[in-house]
Ligand binder design. Sequence first.
Ligand code: M6R
Length: 614
Amino acid sequence: MCGIVGYLGNKKAHPILLDGLKKLEYRGYDSAGVALLENNIIKIFKAKGKVSDLEEKIKHVQLSADTGIAHTRWATHGVPNEINAHPHVSQSGKLALVHNGIIENYNVLREKLEQKGYVFYSETDTEVLVKFIEDVYLETGKSLFEAVQLALKRVVGAYAIALISTEMPGSMIIARKGSPLVVGLGKNGEFIVGSDAAPIIRHTKTVYYLDDNEVAFLQKGKEMQVITLDNKRISPLLTELDLSLEELEKGGYDYFMLKEIYEQPRSVYDSMRGRIDTEKQLVRLGGIEPYENHILEADRIIMVGCGTSWHAALVGEYLFEELARIPVETEYGSEFRYRNPIIRPRDVVIGISQSGETADTLAGLRLAKEKGALLLGVCNVVGSSVARETHAGVYTHAGPEIGVASTKAFTAQVTVLTLMALRLGYLKKNIDLNRYENLLCELEYIPEKIERALQSDLLVQQIAREYKNARNFLYLGRGINFPVALEGALKLKEISYIHAEGYPAAEMKHGPIALIDENMPVVVIATKKGNYDKIVSNIQEIKSRNGKIIAVVTEGDKEVARLADHLIEIPETDEMLTPLVATIPLQLLAYHIAVMLGRDVDKPRNLAKSVTVE
Ligand code: M6R
């Protein structure tokens, strides 16, 4: 949560910092602030609300600083207001700090500092950290860099920080543990720091992803120095970003979410690209190849994720059990990590995460690693913590996802899980060869079928208009489309703030059916194959209680057509692949309702893109 940006160079810092913050706003957007080092004075500007509010505040101020740090916040400690907004300054006012993460022992540190006469103005752990760093600096008489190292060694929790000081003009200290941090090495010795590469790409493609426990000293025009908390000097391995600026822009769409929904034919194709050898009818997943034997011998697979990624994991469970016949358990990261799960060395744990930074998923993976399991990652962000902390993995290659509501990341995750299930089923000889080849062939048509599913957009808009004022929605699906129902409901609630619940269709009669009346829209995924007859019966049950039925059906469907109030047709595909296509109209429905209700689709209230706190 929270985004941090830093700039050090020969240009004016504040426009670069504001632009960077806008790119990181998806990480949090309840307040923002900037600290600029100008003529040996630190100038701080803060605003409650979005980065545009901060921009408005400083647009008429004459500023010339070429060094600065900035922050966009998702509140963890203390309400969103200007006092709690970052940057925070030290007691003397000489240090300013931005921070992403949580300092768990901040209360103990704060008490000790208060006993020494320190005064606190905010409720944040960050103010404690900057004051603690200054305290260590003054007490030990060491350099500021060393003081940062010493202070961070005594800190419990997660952080990515950027620090400037009036005593170190033209310099900045950055550090990370548990929260992501990237530094871009620009022309003429300039440095751009970001929570991810988005603020950097405009300036340079050469970056260094800091590792946990590393502290870097950046000095304008000089070589970057990276040293661990234990004083080990690191030769930073620079990476060239494989990302373009256009990927980070809306490209003519009103919202990133809509752009990302429409990108799915391409992103699903990219998730498969180079991984299916059509001539030899083979799936190749280079990342996990060295571990295939280990995976084949696994007693079971545990999939761990949160939110949409958990829904993808659940689709994965159906895929792996059906196609590879390997037992799978799907776990919420947050539950898994705290309930002392039984994990054996012959278990394989797959962490699924778009950002690769979700705290609960990471904690679950770390726990499984301690217990000796093999860890695999399925994530989108290259170089993220999930990618680094797992033994092997498969990137989803969906491209940057900026909208807080996950869309293309979900279909990319499901695509990768399908490939994994097919590969393992084939190696285990647990899948009929004909079925295997048909599925491989059908997979290649999926991008085209998603394209066709997107043509329901206008119809979905009309449906959205009719139901936008509903107070509740039910989403029903069976089998592999049950997780799709969950995902449809999550999309609607998170961006439109309408209550929605996903259910296995047959479970409806065990309770939720009591909710059904003429005011309850029920979205049913009722594609052919699988449990079609059964779902038709469920639809009849809703119909006889006057519920409004919005059915997602296979093109040409006649039976559900007689019962449903609205029919959204999608192209036919193998049952195991329907989640990839059936999800599309549900994403569009959520999107249009949210737009019609005037919601901020890309930045829904109370949310952030990557949840790096427990
Ligand atoms: O980055 P991750 O995939 O690990 O994120 C997990 C969830 O926080 C995320 O999917 C969240 O539920 C989205 N807002 C859903 O649209």
